[in-house]
Design a protein around this ligand. Structure first.
Ligand code: MCN
Ligand code: CUN
Length: 792
């Protein structure tokens, strides 16, 4: 890790300690669970023990009779309030509390509101639910069988588990290119179901004021405004009577984008009792029932010439969406951003088909530091390139170098219609190979192989698409993807910036202040960033798909520039010169040719609040607002090299070193960017080597605790070695691209490629994640495992 070179606050971009850490390192953050209101009650959720069962009856009378219980909410209660079903962010509907059937293990069946958390939990035991178990569909591959039980029989006319077919690219042309190609490499691969597992689980404190009719909801959400709109639409509460507050968040990683039944139940509990109600899930509940990611069964094919010129990629995907997530993203793109599966290469043709299916698992396919399916897309193409290298007997670095997009091709429209904004890919790959001393690593590998040691070197090159974004790509609830920013400079030159995005640990209070500092020359220490409160911030769709810098960051730069323009008018009045005679240098306007004659931003701010006479039609004060509607996504990219050692006896993988060169355009705070990359690389090691949400045949969830669902720790991670290249985004006001999910997206393929490179002498061409010792050991013996069903 690079040390913080400049601990002093920079007047703009550069390394600086995170402002929010002053409270975090002292344990002074305020999380949802820290919210305590007078008279507050506590909720607990009763969950289904079955993956698939008909509900015969629910008898809550004993629970209701518990002296500390204030209310028991069931699906029937919700039906009477017209709240039994809620829309998911992906245009499907989910039962808030099951009424007819339970459709995954852990599904919400009833909600108890009691005087304390313990009583609420105890009372759950008193609810008598009679179930009639049904066969469960766990394997996506079996969900389409004629005799598979229909999971979503609540949807009229539904006779099977097939949800959608989606395709992109030119099938005919792709097939032609494949038919004429010298070489076609084919590989089936699974990106198993994983869970974001943030440190803080999900929860809500709901407070419906019976007098004013105002509902205040403290909740763990990455998108407070989207949640408010959804509450308004579903519950019929006027939007101005809802305040969603997302206080400090202990990690989101996509887990806190959606709305969960527990949130709605807390709101209903507060409406029914007239008291504030807190619901906080525990770890097992979080792991069992909240948003999952991946679960993509991919069949990939790559066509090339004998010399290693890649011509085309063809893909078929079976996407397991669990029980309630009809589409991963908007109806336009039911496979999310999987369309970027052409990766970073100059292809002639590409085509993919995705089939989505329901299974008896928690709603899946949403998010985990993923940019909505780009993780799967990058993994697929980066594995295919390695498989091709294996078949052709070529060095994977050389094969990538020959086929990467060239700088003069940007802006580049991919064969599936994505317009990559900027990049110099060969330079970034070269930087990573140099950083890793690639040739020396290969020489060392050859020496070790002679000694019977299994050392592997794995590469990946990824292109991300972040900053949703134009409606062409994405919308939620029919809303666009513009985000607002408001900037107010106080009379003494201190400022407050209000944003619609929400930090879950990314350091927004620091970096967004740095953007204003860069534009206006006000110290970041003098700028407060307000977010996470719908009453205090402008509308916008929040933080996911690494969109804060691409969208809210752009809004921040634009709003600061508007303030600068206003400051110019004030300065011209102060200096009694024409605006045309003024020139800006960071923090002040001065008279061209006379640097002494100028006014700094603090003087201007004071004057703007005084009785200074301004030109006709110009208002006083120094404020501005901006709604930024991004013209395109931003496309960060990077090249990763991973080095592993595999124990020939046990299949245990040790990640010896990892070299990562990321290009996210202009870096606002390089220290924070590096932190984001470190976290994402750890995620990648976790997914490649140990994380999987497995199920047994009956749909029992086998990952309900961190004893079973394994997360990487510092012991499994090497000391990351980072490099950078900087290719600004041409359409972003400060040239920045998002970076929050880059390393999670890009690194799993590098780790898997490294492990497979290590066991290549044994003839292993592919094995599925997670490459836990049993999986590697089995692959080494020619007997690959189906990891999502076999490993716990
Ligand atoms: N940044 C920068 N220069 C750039 C790009 C980004 O200094 N060129 C800074 C940003 O200003 C911000 C941070 O890096 O402080 C991440 O920025 P960005 O890439 O815009 O991503 P978001 O802020 O929108 O964060 C979302 C992204 C997502 S979608 C997931 S999932 C994820 C991630 O961020 N979840 C995280 N990183 C996380 N980090 C932490 N600690 N916790 C999570 O839950
Ligand atoms: Cu895809 S996880 Mo992040 O977008 O919140």
């Amino acid at each position: 890790m690079t040390a913080v070179e400049n601990p002093e606050t920079p007047m703009g971009f550069g390394r600086m300690h995170r402002k929010e850490d002053v409270r975090f390192v002292r344990g002074k953050g305020t999380y949802v669970d820290d919210v305590a209101l007078p008279g507050m009650l506590h909720g607990a959720v009763l969950r289904s023990p079955h993956a698939h069962a008909r509900i015969v009856s629910i008898d809550a009378s004993a629970a209701e009779a518990h002296p500390k219980v204030r209310a028991v909410v069931t699906g029937a209660t919700l039906e009477s309030l017209n709240l039994a079903w809620m829309p998911t962010l992906s245009h499907d509907v989910q039962a808030v509390l099951a009424t007819d059937k339970v459709r995954f293990q852990g599904q919400e069946v009833a909600f108890v509101v009691a005087e304390d958390r313990y009583a609420a939990r105890d009372a759950l035991e008193l609810i008598d639910v009679e179930y009639e178990p049904l066969p469960a569909v766990i394997d996506a591959k079996k969900s389409l069988a004629d005799d598979a039980p229909v999971i979503r029989d609540d949807i009229e006319g539904r006779t099977g588990n097939h949800i959608f077919d989606w395709e992109t690219g030119d099938k005919e042309h792709t097939d032609e290119v494949f038919a004429a190609a010298d070489v076609v490499a084919v590989q089936d691969m699974l990106y198993p179901r994983v869970h974001p597992a943030p440190l803080e689980t999900c929860g809500t404190v709901a407070d419906m004021d019976p007098v004013t009719g105002k509902l205040t909801v403290w909740t763990t959400t990455q998108a407070p405004h989207a949640h408010r709109t959804l509450y308004a639409l579903v519950a019929g509460i006027p939007e101005h009577k809802i305040r969603v507050i997302s206080p400090d968040i202990g990690g989101g990683f996509g887990n806190k984008v959606g709305i969960y039944p527990g949130y709605v139940c807390a709101v209903v509990g507060s409406i029914l009792t007239g008291k504030p109600v807190k619901w906080m899930e525990d770890r097992s509940e979080n792991l069992m029932s909240t948003s999952f990611a991946r679960d993509y069964h991919m069949h990939g094919e790559i066509a090339a010439t004998r010399e290693g010129r890649i011509l085309a990629v063809r893909v078929k995907v079976l996407a397991d969406h669990g029980a309630f997530n009809g589409t991963a993203q908007p109806t336009k793109f039911p496979a999310g951003f999987f369309g970027v599966f052409t990766g970073s290469y100059d292809l002639m043709a590409a085509h993919c088909e995705v089939t989505g299916v329901y299974t008896n698992k928690a709603p899946g396919g949403v998010a985990y530091a993923c940019s909505f399916r780009i993780t799967e897309a990058v993994y697929l193409v980066e594995r295919l390139v390695d498989v091709l290298a294996y078949d052709l007997g070529l060095d994977p670095a050389e094969l990538r170098m020959r086929n990467l997009l060239r700088p003069e091709q940007f802006p580049y429209e991919s064969k599936t219609g994505w317009v990559y904004d900027s990049g110099d890919y060969p330079a970034t790959l070269r930087a990573a190979l140099d950083l890793a001393d690639y040739d020396e690593l290969r020489a060392q590998q050859a020496r070790r192989r002679e000694r019977g040691e299994l050392m592997g070197i794995g590469l990946s090159f990824f292109t991300e698409a972040v900053g949703a974004g134009p409606r062409k790509h994405m919308d939620i609830l029919g809303l666009g993807m513009a985000d607002g920013a408001e900037l107010r400079v106080h009379p003494t030159g201190k400022a407050v910036l209000r944003l619609s995005c929400q930090s879950q640990g990314q350091g927004h209070e620091t970096t967004f202040a740095q953007i204003v500092a860069e534009e206006l020359g006000i110290s970041p220490d003098d700028i407060d960033v307000v977010h996470g409160d719908t009453d205090q911030t402008p509308f916008g769709l929040g933080t996911y798909g690494s969109r804060s810098t691409p969208v809210s960051g752009a809004a921040t730069a634009v709003v600061a520039r508007k303030v600068r323009d206003r400051a110019k008018i004030v300065a011209s009045a102060m200096l009694e010169v024409s605006e045309d005679d003024l020139e800006w240098e960071k923090g002040r306007w001065f008279v061209k040719g006379d640097r002494q004659a100028g006014r700094d931003i603090q003087e201007i701010a004071l004057a703007a609040h005084s009785d200074l006479e301004l030109p006709e039609g110009v208002e006083g004060h120094l404020d501005a607002t901006c709604v930024y509607n991004p013209p395109n996504l931003t496309y960060p990219f990077g090249a990763y090299v991973c080095v592993v050692d595999v124990d020939p006896g046990t299949g245990q993988v040790t990640v010896r070193s990892f070299f990562a060169v990321d290009d996210c355009g202009v870096r606002i705070n390089p220290m924070i960017v590096e932190g984001q990359v470190h976290g994402g690389l750890a995620d990648g090691v976790g997914m490649a080597l140990m994380q999987v949400m497995a199920f047994d045949e009956d749909g029992n969830h086998l990952g309900g605790s961190f004893m079973d669902y394994l997360l990487p720790t510092s012991l499994e991670c090497p000391s990351w070695r980072l490099g950078e290249t900087v290719t600004p985004s041409p359409h972003h006001p400060i040239g920045a691209k998002g970076v929050g999910e880059s390393a999670t997206v890009g690194s799993p393929a590098a780790v898997v490629n490294a492990v497979l490179d290590a066991v290549k002498p044994l003839g292993v061409r592919h094995a599925d994640m997670p490459l836990a010792p049993a999986a590697v050991w089995s692959a080494m013996r020619g007997n690959p495992l189906r990891t999502d069903l076999a490993i716990t």
